[in-house]
Design a protein around this ligand. Structure first.
Ligand code: UD1
Length: 429
């Protein structure tokens, strides 16, 4: 298995291009199931999660063609997805267990074919992550759903019918599944207490370009007026706010100044606010964002994860890494997922001083981390160890790099381009 080696202590200086958002790309790809015409998606990141979902979609009968970079000089890829004939309404366990977002085929398959059998995703490294909100919402649209042999078996032989759905809590995935299903339902659907993440707005824009009639995406109340059919479209994926936030944290912990090309300030406003309090300078430029840490250590600040527009759970581990070497203490509270502190023991092995009490972690800043052999069990935890390695004295080896490959395109190249001493050790070396 590949590993990453970092020799820490170098400040970052340079430009980092921000890719298309993984978490926007995944639901957009499943939206291709809603039409028999071609959906072309530009600026897709080249990541393991995209490949995993492509395998699932091909299995349903989708033809996928990759046509390389969107425009000269860009890194994003363009995929043409055509679901002219759906040949299977089943998303098997073997594919779904590899990536929870596979459950996003449920709404589109049910809406288009009147039937879907999707394996329950089961638990994952960061908690139990139920799908009850997806199921209850589809039932409100008239679907009959049974849970049998580990599968969600959903039927709507006479089609789905619009309804008001009030979510008990905002869920990104449930909002996306319901928005896609309701796009082809008869009548009007209202999603209340909907998730407001930028990826929801991106999906709504794409669905509207495909002929859907959706208002209010990005607010807590979304109205979807169902249409009989959707058509093909061409859509460009938004920049990845989590990748952006990760490189903001990289500059925070390693010091120096970086330009994040293509990044959008409004997508990471909560993150910028917190880090500015800690002593980082984050400013908007014509190309994206400029991030700089003046000489000296950051100051510890408290953070609580919340649904958008709050501080994202997907940047909690990276924030914790940045706080390990701050002046003073930082209380980091995780309110979205239980069990999302697996990076803590690994950061402690690098010399961090962190105590976990329930959903909160008390981070007491230390002057210097030291390099170590580390590994993590999920994507964002793994990248927090990379960030810690950038600041640590000596050599850090990150094992299980496949977690990073799920969500970060050319991570080591982008950091090395800014002067970090980082390289991938290919299996066996
Ligand atoms: C998405 C993101 C993930 C991010 C998360 C929260 C994708 C592909 N993944 O995941 O990176 O960490 O949003 O921002 O976009 N819940 C229920 N019942 C449900 C569904 C969710 O109780 O049916 C709970 C979850 O356990 C969690 C909370 O709702 O506590 C939010 O989860 P949700 O927004 O659904 O996360 P995902 O869509 O799975």
């Amino acid at each position: 298995m590949d590993r990453i080696r970092i020799r820490g202590g170098k400040p970052l200086e340079g430009k980092i291009p921000i890719g298309g958002a993984k978490n926007a790309a995944l639901p957009l790809m499943t939206a291709a199931l809603l039409t028999d015409e071609t959906l072309t998606l530009e600026n897709l990141p080249f990541l393991a999660d995209i490949t995993t979902l492509s395998h699932l979609l091909v299995q349903h009968g989708v033809t996928i063609t990759m046509t390389g970079a969107a425009t000269a000089g860009e890194t994003g890829h363009t995929l043409a997805l055509s679901a002219q004939h759906i040949v299977s309404m089943t998303a098997p366990y073997d594919l779904v267990r590899r990536m929870r977002a596979s459950v996003l085929v449920l709404g589109p398959l049910l809406a288009r074919c009147g039937e879907a059998n999707v394996s329950l995703p089961g638990g994952c490294a960061i908690g139990t992550r139920p799908v009850d909100l997806h199921i209850a919402g589809l039932e409100r649209l008239g679907a009959v759903i049974e849970l049998t042999n580990g599968y969600i078996e959903a039927r709507a032989p006479k089609g789905l019918v619009g309804a008001e759905i009030i979510f008990a809590k905002p869920s990104v995935g449930a909002t996306e599944n319901l928005m896609m299903a309701a796009a082809l339902a008869r009548g009007e659907t209202h999603l209340v207490n909907a998730a407001r993440e930028p990826e929801i707005g991106d999906l709504a824009r794409c669905l509207n370009a495909m002929g859907a009639d959706i208002d209010g995406a990005g607010t807590e109340r979304i109205t979807i007026r169902g249409v009989p059919r959707l058509h093909g479209a061409r859509h460009r994926v938004i920049p990845d706010r989590i990748e952006t936030g990760t490189y903001v944290m990289a500059a925070a912990i390693a010091g120096g100044a970086v330009d994040l090309i293509g990044a959008k300030h409004s997508d990471i406003a909560a993150v910028a606010r917190v880090l500015e309090k800690a002593g980082l300078v984050v400013s908007e430029t014509a190309e994206g964002l400029h991030v700089a840490r003046a000489n000296g250590r950051l100051t510890g600040v408290d953070v609580m994860t919340e649904p958008f527009p709050g501080f994202p759970t997907d940047l909690q581990a990276q924030m914790m890494a940045a706080m390990t070497t701050a002046n003073g203490a930082a209380m980091i509270t995780e309110t979205i997922f239980e069990n999302r502190f697996m990076h803590v023991p690994e950061l402690c092995r690098m010399g961090a001083d962190i105590n976990v009490h329930g959903a909160s972690a008390m981070v007491r800043g230390v002057p210097q981390l030291t390099g170590a052999q580390v590994m993590a069990t999920d994507l964002r935890a793994s990248v927090s160890l990379v960030l810690a390695g950038l600041a640590a004295k000596g050599e850090t080896i990150i094992n299980r790099v496949y977690h990073l490959d799920r969500g970060y395109e050319r991570l080591e190249e982008k950091l090395a381009g800014c002067g970090a001493d980082i390289e991938r050790l290919v299996d066996g070396s």
